[in-house]
Design a protein around this ligand. Sequence first.
Ligand SMILES: [Zn+2]
Length: 280
Amino acid sequence: MLGIRPLLRRGKSLARTFTSNSPKPYVVPENAWGRNRAARLELAAAYRALDTLGLNEGVCNHLSVVAPTADGRGEGMLVLPFGMHWSEVTASNLVSVECKDGQCSLLEGETMPEITASSIHLGIRQIRPNATVIMHTHQPYATSLACMKRPEILMVHQNSLRFYKRIAYDDNYGGLALAFEEGRRLGTVLGDSDVLFMGNHGVITVASTISVAFDLLYFLERASQVQVLTEAMKKEVQLIPDDKCQAMSDDFWNSMQLYADANFYASYRKLRRTQPDFEI
Ligand SMILES: [Zn+2]
């Protein structure tokens, strides 16, 4: 069914949805098929938009969302099938996967995802069941910071402030995540944070909506880019004072969904103009 259930996150009760109540650029019916279709449209848009920004890694890296199946009989993890480039993703060619007792099977579609997509995303959800949306990339600037001995997003720019005390850092590279144990380990390190820096590997964002997970990835890369370029000048860096960081971070998060929707659906509309086949 729709999978609507109360969830606790940072003390707030949330319904298990993958989207907000804001107006959408698409229209779907209010039933399981419609919710499945909405999840497919939004996830396909996220793949395409992040591809245009160069944040993907060939056919690897993965974005996923837990959504009801179109027949309304259950819910699965929507993700891209193995071997598909992000520029090829459409709403209809995403696959839905479920895993029980370590065995994964397709609920929708014909090609399984890459193995690390299941082990990372489903492994994290075993530790953090409210992680409705998970996005994992090797986006270059954030990943370059993840390769440092003690990676840290410094509060050097306004874009950095939304990440103040919201990032978990994993400095224990676990190799290719070929088993659920690695996904569960990553989920344990992630804890209640919104972002995970995976040492010598990449980054993960987690959110209850596709738009916020997308927005976090976007601004994580922009914040990382500014930080790398700033430090490259090898001059003294002006950090934002700690007392301002918390207040500004709170401001960002109080309106996070609103601004994330604005950014994401603007990208959605742009894709409609430039590569409308993503909605097929
Ligand atoms: Zn990876």
